[in-house]
Design a protein around this ligand. Structure first.
Ligand SMILES: [Zn+2]
Length: 325
């Protein structure tokens, strides 16, 4: 849609088939890389396992080094299968997936860096070439894209330099069109599962700090020291009793779910302090002033994007769970 992504893809593709990492590519430092997202807003990482990259094979043709697992895998796998059966038989080498790369001359990550793009039969459809598919093939590609309802974009549709081998996820994580498409394809749509850490007596650190601030927000009186000692145990028990939960003094999934408070732009108080300190502990450094302003919103969104959550800046259950896991 713009020139910039096309320039990025151009540099990307030079390396996609090989192991080129030169060309002045600069990967940001650890904390920035931690927060990195590719152009479409999906988390990018140099560690394939950190973002759930899994293998993609279609009719015996492998896409090194795979694509992001889950819904992305279902969608891109669908595109690749239909491409293979309706447009053109896939051939190796020339089919590529995940590739951790920044765009030359920029610190932005290609969509291949998040495992949300594939290239099909690169040698037949070289970067920059147009008209590498017949009109009949293009109409079949259009049919695939139409089925995908805007979730997938074809590099042949770039306004600038064409990239006809390239298909990519064109919506951000959590976009409302993804789940219905996955369901339509027939892929598994795992229910959103929220995983919480279990924090109890003897624990120290940012999770305990968050619990203590949240207890204060819930009306319990205690000092925030990041140490899960006797006082914290008793306050957790008091809170659990007030909610009809088993009063064991252990903060597990049920207690977390009852304890957290959704905070967003305009929120203030102890729960906001808890969120700000947790974001800081996760590398999204903030002043913990208890006021959920624009900076807190932007850090929250960056954190959410890094974890594959809907980046709406609203710290609710799913975001709290990721912050404290
Ligand atoms: Zn590509």
């Amino acid at each position: 849609m713009t020139q910039t992504p096309d320039v990025g893809r151009r540099s990307l593709l030079r390396g996609a088939g090989g192991i080129v990492l030169g060309g002045g590519l600069v990967v940001a430092g650890a904390s920035a890389a931690h927060a990195a997202t590719s152009q479409n807003g999906w988390p990018a990482s140099s560690s394939p396992s950190a973002i759930g990259i899994t293998g993609l094979t279609v009719s015996g043709h492998t896409f090194p080094a795979g694509v992001r697992g889950g819904q992305v895998h279902t969608v891109l796998g669908y595109v690749a299968r239909r491409f293979h059966s309706e447009v053109e038989a896939l051939a190796n080498p020339g089919c590529w997936g995940y590739n951790y790369r920044v765009i030359s001359g920029s610190t932005s990550f290609s969509n291949h860096a998040s495992g949300t793009a594939i290239d099909c039969n690169a040698p037949r459809h070289p970067l920059g070439a147009s008209g590498t598919f017949s009109s009949a093939q293009v109409s079949r590609i259009r049919s695939i894209l139409s089925y995908c309802n805007g979730v997938v974009r074809w590099g042949g549709d770039y306004s600038g330099r064409k990239d006809e081998m390239h298909f990519e996820i064109n919506v951000r994580p959590g976009d409302s069109r993804i789940a219905p498409l996955v369901a339509k394809i027939g892929g598994s749509t795992p229910p959103p599962t929220t995983t919480w850490s279990t924090v109890k007596s003897g624990a120290t650190g940012f999770r305990v700090t968050a619990i203590q601030h949240l207890l204060r927000a819930r009306g319990q009186s205690l000092t925030v020291d990041g140490v899960f000692g006797a006082v914290t145990v008793s306050k957790v028990k008091a809170f659990q009793t007030s909610r009809g939960l088993l009063a064991d003094g252990v903060v597990g999934p049920k207690t977390w779910a009852a304890l957290i408070i959704t905070v967003k732009s305009g929120s203030s108080g102890q729960a906001v302090v808890a969120a700000q300190k947790a974001l800081t502990a996760r590398g999204y450094t903030l002043t913990a002033d208890g006021i959920f302003g624009a900076t807190t919103a932007s850090k929250a969104k960056a954190f959410q994007a890094s974890r594959g959550l809907l980046a709406d800046g609203i710290v609710g259950s799913a975001t709290w769970a990721k912050l404290t896991i």
